[in-house]
Design a protein around this ligand. Structure first.
Ligand code: 5BU
Length: 263
């Protein structure tokens, strides 16, 4: 099933974690990664219990939560893994390699529960090795999503910067894939041409409603993003701010899955 729907993304793929994601997505018929941006443990637990069956991955901002404790977090993560979701901490690491390795530990101990993390490449390629060393310090493996583009207006990741990120990440085994701008299908198409078929492109900045979000967030249509080359739509408020989160999650799952079939 996964091989058939994912086509060359499956055959050219060089990552076990990406294969896991593609299998989950095919089984659940959803390319949705929920951006679970709620600030209480109760809110997060409720959200994942409701929407988990319609998601292919879960994105967190662990430092947003007011009542965070290691125990409550461990329980939440085990709930996510039981629903077969990769846990993606959108930490946007940016420091030198050694400090990034150490930042995978600390109070939140991201290395112990995350399967994926985001990183800027602004400090150079050693950040990827630092993050990989973080996972290997606790006997785990994970993948790095490099920010090749962003969804927010006026960001400084211009096309020359994108090219540099892609050329470093494209052949690096520690790089799971790239963050692309889900709000601009043309930029995304260009990114997919640069990246080729072997790495993932995941995209925030998607919403089924027309219009942009607050504070410079830009939105595009989920179907257009997938047709342009996105492998996973990252959806936050489109689901967690909806009056009916389950219905919303199902709608994003359907739009993304049908777009993959069309692609
Ligand atoms: P939204 O509610 O769907 O706008 O949430 C988007 C999420 O994706 C939010 O958690 C952001 O931190 C995240 N994001 C983004 O919006 N744009 C980016 O370029 C990157 C991450 Br990278």
């Amino acid at each position: 099933m996964a091989a058939k729907v994912w086509g060359e993304r499956w055959t050219e793929c060089d990552s076990d974690i990406a294969r896991r994601f593609m299998e989950t997505a095919a089984r659940k018929q959803s390319l949705v990664c929920l951006a679970a941006d709620r600030n209480t443990m109760a809110g997060l637990n409720k959200l994942i219990e409701q929407t988990g069956p319609y998601l292919a991955a879960l994105k967190t901002h662990v430092d947003l939560i007011d009542d965070w404790t290691p125990e409550a977090w461990a329980e939440f993560c085990s709930k996510a893994h039981q629903t077969d979701l990769l846990i993606f901490e959108d930490r946007k690491f940016a420091d030198i390699g050694k400090i990034s390795q150490n930042q995978m530990a600390g109070v939140y101990d991201i290395r112990s529960w995350s399967d994926l993390v985001t990183a800027h490449l602004i400090s150079g390629p050693d950040i990827v090795d630092g993050l990989q060393a973080g996972w290997s310090d606790v006997g785990r493996t994970g993948g790095v999503l490099l920010l090749a583009q962003m969804s927010s207006r006026g960001n400084l990741l211009d096309s020359k910067y994108t090219d540099n990120v892609v050329s470093v990440g494209k052949n690096h085994p520690g790089v799971f894939g790239f963050i692309g701008n889900g709000s601009r299908p043309n930029e995304l198409k260009e990114l997919r041409n640069k990246v080729g078929p072997s790495k993932m492109i995941w995209t925030p900045g998607v919403n089924l409603a027309i219009g942009d979000g607050g504070m410079g967030q830009r939105y595009g249509d989920p179907k257009e993003a997938v047709l342009a080359g996105s492998d996973c739509i990252i959806v936050g408020s489109g689901i967690h701010r909806s009056d009916d989160c389950v219905k919303a999650a199902m709608a994003y799952a359907k739009a993304s899955w049908n777009a993959l079939l069309e692609r």
